[in-house]
Design a protein. Sequence first.
Length: 337
Amino acid sequence: MRIAVFELEPWEQTAFRELEGAHTVTYHTDPLGPDNAGEFADVEAVSPFIYSQLDADTLAALPNLRCIATRSTGNDHIDLEACRERGITVCNVPSYGENTVAEHVFGLLLTISHNLTEAIDRTRRGDFSPKGLRGFDLRGRTLGVVGTGAIGGHVVEIASGFGMPVLAYDLHPDAQLAERDGVDYVELDELLAGSDVITLHLPETEETHGMIDAAAFARMREGVVLINTARGGLVDVHALLRALADGKVRATGLDVLPEEPVIREETEVLRSLFQEEYDYRTLLADHVLLRMRNVFITPHSAFNTEEALQRILDTTVANLTGYAAGRPQAVVAGPSA
């Protein structure tokens, strides 16, 4: 089987070496998309990360493609319906960073609650004054967890250690989680109105896109803290900017932004001016957020630990091996779904 692996750092190649005896494997640092897909017309399997664009145009340029083994849990970078029509099997990594991302949530939250960025920058300049660095305790503050799947469940577990009461919203409440950690499942409006800190752990779908909008912010408490390590599109960034400006939102910690792939590469920003592909208002709002003192943004790195990355690679190799052997696993779309 001819396999092409994309968005791969040199050290990650080691994990794929075991495939080389039985398969032809090539490694590429760039994402896969419509602009370069024609170079890989002979491949039968690809392994992209989240910045590849496997839309209908890309898939059309890959006539021999039979398997996509994405190195992610999410699959919104893949046109699943087009894959179903083409008979392409799509495999993902169902779990790898539940605790990892949950820990990052509290890294962002502690950065906000203890003013860590300003405190560290100040002391590096030789200024040891505590003036203006007063923070707030997490203990006793209500945490609203929107989505209590694997990651949200770990967030709840950590919150209990901080002594934070938890309100949760999920279409499918976890009775075991509620009993074990004393989670109070409520409707979304009640969670928004009753939480001091809100953290998002949902996939981005038609139903969830932009769910944290102006109306949602209006229901929140004054001075709420918002954390988003899930998907940038869950939050209407224009509404977030207004909520930050008027003090409704005290601070926000974000690991994701709606136009994040564009912001990652300034060359892509320049190119977009001619291609008319992106929402310029949202892109501008993202750039404004990047420069606000009460906004703390990390570069979609919540998953980025040694252990989580190794789990991603191991699962992906197992997915490719399983497909080649006629035993596909972790299938999210295609003939075996």
